[in-house]
Design a binder for this molecule. Sequence first.
Ligand code: MLT
Length: 262
Amino acid sequence: MNNNLAIYQDGKDNKKPIIFIHGFPFDHFTWYKQVNFLKSTYHCITYDIRGLGESPAGNGQFTMELFVDDLFSIINDLNLEKPVICGLSMGGYIALRAVEREQGKFGGIILCDTKSEADSNEGKLGRAAAIKNVDKNGARGFVEGFIPKCFTEKFITLNKKEYEEILDRYITSDPVGIKGCLLAMAGRTDTTNFLPKINIPALLICGGEDRITPPDVMMAMAGKIPGSKFLIIPEAAHLSTFENEKPVNLSISDFLDNINGV
Ligand code: MLT
């Protein structure tokens, strides 16, 4: 089932489903603050994207389409009825492409710290350099350079233990999985032209201090999605859902409560 993906379910499966799709190079763990808040009211599904966390990398030949296939296989195998999908960064790329492929499958979309544009040439060269770095220094080489950019300096200073636990968790990632995700992101399509065609409820969330997918980029994206809501999370960078979970949780729960039939 599900290509051996590691899948986690919290809350009763007769409640309305929400699937959380994590960012790169993280895993399902990064959603625990949302899951703990929502699990008494919703059926919360998290999983590890192929090659990350506990999901095996296999041959490491990943594409964004394969990631979307994996998401659809979870929806089918768990018999989920119109789930809301909530994706952060790379998880947002997967969510946007999944909705572009089959909008009718979903009850709503939540996009956190992400963008619709494909990689620029500069971005692709950055992925190539990151792959070389992983070949030379293992996952640690990439993770130690990237994860500090996902948080505010204040968070890193004030939450040293929590931050170091995160670093420790991801420096042991499978290098094959890391490289596969980099290739999948470099080769993904651009979903910008699809944004005006989104006709399911949409919520966009962005850390006010996100330097990877900054608020102005997400505000422009929200401007193209009819009827969408956009929220800036103060005192948070790229991993806004983890860094300042309270306003995130309230906005997600308000969004879910207001979706018809959810
Ligand atoms: C992520 O957080 O998932 C990554 O920053 C996405 C990316 O590298 O484009």
